[in-house]
Design a protein around this ligand. Structure first.
Ligand SMILES: [Zn+2]
Length: 264
């Protein structure tokens, strides 16, 4: 199943996608590590060591269940829940009978699930048709983390001449399915609803008035500090980050080829 087929099946036509609701709608039991630990008597630390800090999915009495770490920030939680739901939707649990697959297989499944997740949460054709052009806009639209949004922006600009790697039929499908949302972003209230603080903070230059206090007062949206901040530098990824981006990119394309051709 592709992410587009999934969004059609689930009738997703608005962003951000709420994987928690999709999980509830499918009546898949959702537990926190703490709740699952009480059920199984396995200490939370052992679960984290076995399955990692974010979450995992498994089967209980033949039905899928999802366990997640409630301490994650909202962006990461969204990703984790969609990732685990992807394992279920893509049939990974069935293929290994709910058991932990061995290392190599697990990596393959995880790459596939990540690829599915990013396409479900942040479909490039929708971002493109909405003319998303900054990482904070993508973050605002999709609820992804800053890092994932930055990476998505790169993919968006790289693929803008080639339908972002999708067939024109799929792009048309997205444009019909998300028509109302695209209108909301392009002509509607998306920008009006947007809290511009983050995006505009460096651009705001309040004129100094005589009666303005010389020391900054604690205010929620205090722009008084802003002129003292250094000008923003263009983002230059560190060597480690660049390597990570390159690796992620390679993995996405691996998974893409796998999805298209059934092999690498
Ligand atoms: Zn996984």
């Amino acid at each position: 199943m592709t992410a587009f087929e999934f969004s059609q099946m689930e009738n997703i036509h608005w962003l951000p996608v709420e994987p928690e609701k999709l999980i509830q709608r499918r009546k898949i039991p959702l537990y926190t590590y703490e709740q699952f630990s009480e059920l199984t008597q396995d200490p939370v630390s052992a679960l984290i060591q076995e399955y990692g800090p974010d979450g995992f999915s498994t089967t209980a009495c033949g039905s899928p269940i999802i366990i997640y770490n409630k301490g994650q920030n909202p962006g990461r939680k969204r990703w984790t829940l969609m990732h685990e739901l992807s394992h279920i939707v893509l049939g990974h649990l069935d293929q290994c009978g709910g058991m932990q697959p061995h290392r190599q297989m697990r990596d393959r499944f995880d790459r596939h699930a990540d690829f599915f997740t990013v396409n479900a949460l942040a479909p490039l054709p929708v971002l493109g048709l909405c003319r998303a052009n900054t990482e904070s806009m993508i973050q605002r639209m999709t609820g992804l983390s800053r890092e994932a949004s930055r990476y998505r922006l790169k993919e968006l600009s790289d693929g803008s001449c080639t339908n972002w790697g999708f067939s024109s039929q799929t792009v048309r499908g997205y444009s019909e399915q998300f028509a109302e949302y695209i209108d909301y972003v392009i002509d509607g209230d998306f920008y009006a609803d947007w809290d511009f603080d983050t995006e505009m903070e460096y651009l705001l230059r309040p004129s100094r008035k005589k009666n303005q206090p010389t020391k900054p007062r604690p205010m929620r949206h205090c722009t008084y500090y802003l002129p003292r901040r250094p000008a923003p530098q263009p983002y230059v990824p560190s060597k480690a980050e660049q390597e990570r981006f390159d690796r992620l990119e390679e993995e996405y394309y691996d998974a893409l080829f796998e999805e298209w051709y059934g092999e690498k």
